[in-house]
Design a binder for this molecule. Structure first.
Ligand code: PLP
Length: 364
């Protein structure tokens, strides 16, 4: 709660951060429910139902659709521990893709990287050349929407190329700031692992991650020893299919996820993706009118987050202006702090609210 005037009439600062994102009142109310046992019949049914709903979200019939009680960073580690025997290739174009590369080293693997200047995105040719020159790799990791810079990678095209030139290399995808905001089709694009945390385009509090796994990925786990206990994909898939989470999850958040998946299905993925495209276009037009330079060139801009250069203005003044009107926006990430700022136009925001927000930070 804040005590200043809110132009939007709500009782708290509305988040236009690139995560965590604004959570609707209906979902917040579910979070306040009395806790039930996670081995109760009702909860077991809910877990099974979520498995089906997640299949619709990932657009997969053939894959396993699962969730876990953890941060997205843990999902990076789980992926390495389950799917990489020795060598992984990481497309590094920002802070989160770089984190995955470092996670692989921390797990004792031999990671290699394609380093791309921050703000850029890989080309299919760059990845293909690397695979041919230095492969084989057990897996290649792609950070679909690199939240630190606002760059979207050509995931579909990269995945198609990998399947063709390196059929034994798995395609692992961080879709943390993309899933339910940017087009993503697990089966059609023939992906092996996709994960996302609940605190971005899913517009829920942080705490859970959802993920999808291909049969090819599941088969790979047989070749990887010491996958861990909580983090073992085989164990997780078997348990969740029977409605049993491996450990005690954040129970109210699981119910909120279930409701949110219904709400997304009702909106439909196509409409939701289009709404994010529209929000990106609105932000782009506003930035051009206000004279801000973009950190990412077209066509690599993410539909969910836009990073802009400060363009002679003080980012802290912009953030203060937003706050004075009951909104929160994101500073630049890491070394980009104060040099850039980020508008997270993702989640459940109606376009009208984005416009209201942009209006109050205009003329800085
Ligand atoms: C693309 C991406 N990957 C991973 C993460 C890490 O998520 P978490 O903080 O849940 O570990 C983030 C967080 O912002 C992200 O944007």
């Amino acid at each position: 709660m804040t005590d200043h005037a809110h132009v939007h009439g709500d009782d708290h600062d509305i988040l236009f951060l690139p995560g965590p994102t604004e959570v609707d009142a209906e979902l917040r109310e579910i979070m306040a429910m009395p806790v039930v046992g996670h081995r109760s019949a009702g909860f077991i049914e809910e877990v099974k139902a979520i498995g089906q709903k997640l299949k619709s979200l990932f657009l997969t019939e053939n894959g396993h659709a699962l969730f876990e009680n953890c941060s997205a960073t843990a999902m990076m580690e789980v992926a390495i521990r389950n799917l990489v025997r020795e060598r992984s290739l990481h497309i590094v174009n920002g802070a989160f893709s770089d984190r995955w590369y470092k996670v692989a080293a921390a797990c004792g693997r031999q990671p290699d990287a394609i380093q791309i200047e921050w703000g850029g995105a890989p080309t299919v040719e760059q990845v293909q050349e690397k695979l041919k020159q230095d492969g084989p790799y057990d897996a290649v990791t792609v950070t679909y929407s690199e939240t630190s810079t606002g760059a979207l990678s050509p995931l579909r095209e990269i995945a198609a190329m990998v399947r063709e030139v390196a059929p034994d290399t798995l395609v692992l995808v961080d879709a943390v700031s993309a899933l339910a905001g940017a087009e993503l089709r697990f089966d059609d694009w023939d992906l092996d692992l996709v994960y996302a945390g609940t605190q971005k385009c899913l517009a829920l509090p942080p705490g859970l991650c959802v993920y999808a796994l291909s049969e090819r990925a599941m088969a790979r786990t047989n070749d990887v020893p010491n996958r861990g206990f909580l983090t073992d994909y085989q164990r997780a898939a078997k348990g969740l299919a029977a409605g049993k989470t491996p450990a005690t999850p954040c129970i109210p958040l699981v119910y909120a996820l279930s409701r949110q998946l219904d709400r997304i299905a009702k909106e439909t993925l196509d409409v939701r993706w289009q709404r994010h495209q529209n929000m990106q276009a609105t932000t782009r037009d506003w930035a051009q009118a206000e004279g801000y330079e973009f950190f990412v060139d077209e066509p690599n801009r993410s539909p969910t987050v836009t990073a802009l250069k400060n363009s002679g203005r003080e980012v802290k003044d912009l953030i203060a202006k937003a706050r004075a009107n009951g909104f929160t926006l994101g500073n630049g990430y890491g070394t980009l702090k104060d040099k850039t700022f980020r508008i997270g136009h993702m989640g459940d925001h109606p376009e009208s609210r984005l416009k209201q927000f942009l209006e109050v930070i205009s003329g800085a």
